[in-house]
Structures are given as structure tokens and as C-alpha cells.
Design a protein around this ligand. Sequence first.
Ligand SMILES: *Cc1c(COP(=O)(O)O)cnc(C)c1O
Length: 230
Amino acid sequence: MSIAENIAQVRANIAAAAGAAGRKPEDILLVGASKMNDAAACREAIAAGIDALGENRVQEMTGKLAESAYDGAPLHFIGHLQRNKVKQVVGKAELIQSVGSLELLEEIEKTAARLEMVQDVLLEVNIGEEAAKSGFFPEMIFSGAQAALERSHIRVLGLMTIPPAGVDREDNLRYFDKVRALFIDMNEKLFHNDLRHLSMGMSGDYEDAIRAGATMVRVGTAIFGSRHYT
Ligand SMILES: *Cc1c(COP(=O)(O)O)cnc(C)c1O
């Protein structure tokens, strides 16, 4: 199957999941998670109408930017971002989906201020409260949002999450539901219901995420095929 055929299949699945949930497919953005796929694969996905591409390694993103791999689609940063690499991402990625600490917010603010721009971000929720993962724990997400609201060079568009790996489908759904509840609460209390995006769901669970209210799914394997780590 080609990348274009895979995208068509994923779009059909998104439409079915949206329909089953009484939602409109056009309200769900398809972000291609293009890590470990080359510039040619990115261009193929863009030609096939992907809504955005998401990278999670700064070095790889920088290399592919130099090859104009993302021309024609918005670029998102979706991976763990170290503070010392913020300069390479702010102003390059239209949306940084993975902002999971006050320190990172601070660094993005400083960099965006220097560039005299406003950086769009999602706040990442560490919904499983996993020590090895980044992201705000649920009880910290309001203070994270508050801190972001006080920074004039950062605009929060919503939340992003990656539930713990290896849980069964029901538990996974429970995590999605919890994040959705946080999103609704935070949106109402802090953002006048202006938040647009709830980014959750990957190749194995994007249809469930859509049923649980995702507005953005990040799909890699189901579009680009399996990744080969060496
Ligand atoms: C790789 C990646 C994805 C996509 O994962 P697949 O299971 O290949 O669809 C989604 N989100 C993030 C943050 C990723 O790093």
C-alpha cells in the first residue's frame, strides 16, 4: 500500500469513527507522525492531503527542514523537547504539541519574545502519571495553563496526551475520557471555551480517541508503515 492509499484508509476510518460519535470528520485533523521517514515520504503525504506533519526529534526535523520536506503542510513538534533545543523549534514548528513543564514554557516564552512572535502550543498531560514520561500530571495542568496565560509570547490551543503503553482497550479509553474531562473543565474555567484542540490517538487507537473527543490524531505507522530502529 502506498502512503496515499494508507492516508485514504485512515481518513475513511476517521470518518466512520466520527460518524459513529455524531461528529463531523472535518473537525478532526490528521497529523502524520513522520519520524524516521525521509523527505520524499513527507512530500508524498503532503501531496495526498495530510493536514500536518509531526516530528519528534529536533535533529531529524532540522535536517528535513533543510530539504524542504514540509513545504505545503504545517509542521508540528510532537516529541519530548529539551530546553537546550527550544531555539531550534520555536518559530519553525507552527505548533509545539508537547509542552509538559513550567521550565519548558519559560524557555519557549524567552525564545519567542526574542523573535517577537507568539508560539502556539498544546500542553501535554501525563495522564498515567508515569515517572519516565514528560507532561504535566493532571493535578498540575491548571497551574501549567495559568503560567502559559501569563506569558504573552505563548498561545495555548489545547491539550495533548499519550496514555500509558500496553494497557487494555477499556483502560485506554478511560485515560482518553479523563483527558477530555480535564480539557472541558480547563477550557471553561480558564479559556472562555476558546481552546480548539485535543490531540490524542495514534495508529492503534485513533478511532477510540475520536469517540472520546479528539480533534487531532497523530498517526505514524498506519500511514508510513512500520519504523525500523537500528
Ligand atoms: C510516533 C508518534 C506517534 C505515532 O505513533 P504510531 O503508533 O506509529 O501511529 C504519535 N505521537 C507521538 C508523540 C509519536 O512520537
